[in-house]
Structure formats: structure tokens, C-alpha cells
Design a protein around this ligand. Structure first.
Ligand SMILES: Cc1ncc(COP(=O)(O)O)c(C=O)c1O
Length: 365
């Protein structure tokens, strides 16, 4: 069986360093917001090319707190996509704002930036592009729109650690970037974690306060904040893994190239990588009109698959209050019906990659 993801392989490949980092935290007796969090924040900011990075409790909290820090709140609208993990929209809802959806492009699955301007109203305070699957959104036109209308750009980079747009890393392009370290991510923790990147010191300071009960200094609460702190165990192990991220992303890209070649005449549509945007293949997503039968076939061939994501946000019960029914976002809905994620992780062997290709090619549909 080739599972869609097997995190144990990664742990075993760096076991000694991880075990030592964990033991050091246990022995230090300091578990929340300490020297590992501070060091990781510096190292991650440097990796992304931003001035600041602030560790928080999760990716959804990174979105929530980044929006609050950028002054977005109740009554405001934030333009984003419905073809994403639901927490993208939840982060907006947590801030008290309303998500407004535009459709995606059928080839890259990310935001169709040409649709954004028509959705801007006087309540629009931010655009939240999602760098889905590890591919950045076409950011230049978005930044131009945002400047023209005086609104913020907050990147959902939860799936795009290390991805680039014209040489700039995801998270370093807009006013703030939001990362998740959910265990399955390209840079994943051994538990929950998230982070906000920014070049704006005020935004960084606000997120730092908001994550820690609104405290400016100990026992001085300037804001009604939250408990959304990155812990020392996660930061210590993320530091070890960050040193491997470039190598791991390179291996993901290598596997994607092999898949692209091997599947070119297989009947499925393979991912595209527009010029100037380095894809980090958090997910390798193919498209087929016979998706469900293909998935069943792959299961019989012992290849694990997943659908990211089967129900767009606007069709979720939780968002029925938006009043958007089927047909509101045609490309989003079509993608949800056709897409299938194949296994892609750095520890996948060349043999397994070949097996996946053969399994897809043997699908009679
Ligand atoms: C695109 C996207 N945004 C936001 C999130 C939320 O991150 P977390 O699970 O760390 O809250 C995730 C991951 O689940 C994600 O994939």
C-alpha cells in the first residue's frame, strides 16, 4: 500500500535530531513562548525574506490574528476563494468579517484575480489570496488593485512554505502572510502551530500581543487578546525541520516532474506551473471527469488518494448564511467534482512513484 501520506518516514529520517531537541525542551522546564520560539521566528523570517515572523497556535489563528492586526473586523468584507480548506474562511469569520468569494482558474486552481475588482465594495478591507497546493496566486495585479483601493493583501500561505512568485517567497509579498504547521504541511509540526510573517512592525507587534492575551508587557493588557501561542516543543522541532525544507521541497518538485512525464498520456490532467512561480507541491492534484472511478481503481491498486477539497466553502452548511447556492462559483464547483490528490511527500521512493504512475495508467476509463 502506498499511503497518501506517511509522516513516520519523515520522523525516522531525522529521529536523532528531533529526539535531542525534544529532550532539551523537557529538561529546560520552559514550554511556552521561549528561546526556541524566538529563534524559530527569526529563522523563518529569514527563510521567507520578511523582517518579522510571529509564531501562533495554528494556521486559522494566523489568519484571524493577521486580519485583526491589519484593522479588519465586524462589518468588513474580505475577498477570497471558496476552493480552499474551510479554515481560510473561518479565520475571516473569527475576525468578525465576511468572506466574499471569487472563482478560481481551472488550470491552476487558485484565485482568478480578474474577478476581484468587481467584488470590491466600500466595505472591502482586504484580499486574501490562497496559495493552494503550493502554488502562488498571480500577485502583481492583486497588489495593484489593493494599492488603488487602499485595501490590505493578506496571504494564506498555509500550503506554500518556500513557494515563490517572481523570486519572492510566499508570505513576503502582501501586507502579511499566514502559515500553518499542521503535521501534514511541507513544514509540519508534531502537533498544532502557525505563524504570521510581515514587514510591518505594527502588524507584528499587534499579532504578538493578540496571541498572548493582549499583553504588551507581563500583566499589562492593552487589548482583549487570545491564547494562541506557539509552544517550545513545536518550535524546537520546527527548527530542525526548517533546515531540511529546501531539500524536501526540491524532492517534491522532482517527484512532480516524474509524475508529469509519466502521466502525460494517461488521460488525467496534470498540474501546471506558470512561469516565474515555483510550485512546492504540497499536494499533487490531477483532474479527471471520471474522478470517483479513478479513485476506486487506485484504491484497488493499493494507492492512497484524497480529495482537496470535495465541498467548496460556499456550499458548506456553516456558510449557508451567505446565501450562495450551487452554480455561484462554476469553476470551483467543477474542480471539486474532478480533482484527485496523489501521494507526494519527500520520502516517497522512486519505485513507489513508478507504481503510482502505472496504477493511474492502468485505469481503463
Ligand atoms: C489553505 C489553508 N488555510 C488555512 C489552514 C488552517 O491551518 P490550521 O489547520 O493550522 O489551522 C489550512 C490547513 O488546514 C490550509 O490548508
Amino acid at each position: 500500500m502506498i499511503p497518501i501520506l506517511e509522516l513516520k518516514r519523515q520522523y525516522l529520517s531525522i529521529k536523532e535530531e528531533i529526539d535531542a531537541a525534544v529532550a532539551e525542551v523537557f529538561e529546560s522546564g520552559w514550554f511556552v513562548l521561549g528561546k526556541n520560539v524566538e529563534a524559530f521566528e527569526q529563522e523563518f523570517a529569514q527563510y521567507c525574506g520578511t523582517e518579522f515572523a510571529v509564531g501562533v497556535g495554528s494556521g486559522v489563528e494566523a489568519i484571524h490574528l493577521a486580519l485583526l492586526a491589519c484593522g479588519i473586523g465586524p462589518g468588513d468584507e474580505v475577498i477570497t476563494v471558496a476552493h480552499t480548506a474551510v479554515p481560510t474562511a473561518l479565520g475571516i469569520s473569527f475576525a468578525g468579517a465576511t468572506p466574499v468569494f471569487v472563482d478560481i482558474l481551472p488550470d491552476t486552481y487558485v484565485m482568478d484575480v480578474d474577478q476581484v475588482e468587481a467584488k470590491i465594495t466600500d466595505r472591502t478591507k482586504a484580499i486574501l489570496p490562497v496559495h493552494l497546493y503550493g502554488l502562488t496566486v498571480d500577485m502583481d495585479p492583486l497588489l495593484e488593485l489593493a494599492t488603488d483601493h487602499g485595501i490590505k493583501v493578506i496571504e494564506d500561505a498555509a500550503q506554500a512554505h518556500g513557494a515563490t512568485y517572481k523570486g519572492q517567497r510566499a508570505g513576503a509579498i502582501g501586507d502579511a502572510g499566514c502559515f500553518s504547521f499542521y503535521p501534514s504541511k511541507n513544514l509540519g509540526a508534531f502537533g498544532e502551530g502557525g505563524l504570521v510573517t510581515t514587514n510591518d512592525e505594527t502588524v507584528a507587534d499587534q499579532v504578538r500581543m493578540l496571541r498572548n492575551y493582549g499583553q504588551e508587557d507581563r500583566y499589562h493588557h492593552k487589548l482583549k487578546g487570545y491564547n494562541s501561542r506557539l509552544d517550545e516543543l513545536q518550535a524546537a522541532t520546527l527548527r530542525v525541520k526548517l533546515r531540511r525544507l529546501a531539500e524536501w521541497n526540491a524532492r517534491r518538485r522532482e517527484i512532480a516532474v516524474t509524475y508529469n512525464k509519466g502521466l502525460s498520456d494517461s488521460g488525467v490532467i496534470t498540474p501546471v506551473e506558470p512561469l516565474g512561480r515555483e510550485h512546492v507541491y504540497h499536494l499533487y492534484v490531477v483532474r479527471s471527469r471520471a474522478r470517483d472511478a479513478l479513485r476506486e481503481h487506485l484504491k484497488e491498486q493499493d494507492v492512497g488518494t484524497q480529495i482537496h477539497y470535495p465541498i467548496p466553502v460556499h456550499l458548506q452548511e456553516a456558510y449557508s448564511d451567505l446565501g450562495l447556492g450551487e452554480g455561484a462559483l462554476p469553476e470551483t464547483e467543477r474542480a471539486a467534482a474532478d480533482i484527485l490528490s496523489l501521494p507526494i511527500y519527500p520520502e516517497l521512493t522512486d519505485d513507489e512513484v513508478r507504481q503510482v504512475i502505472e496504477a493511474v495508467k492502468s485505469f481503463p476509463g
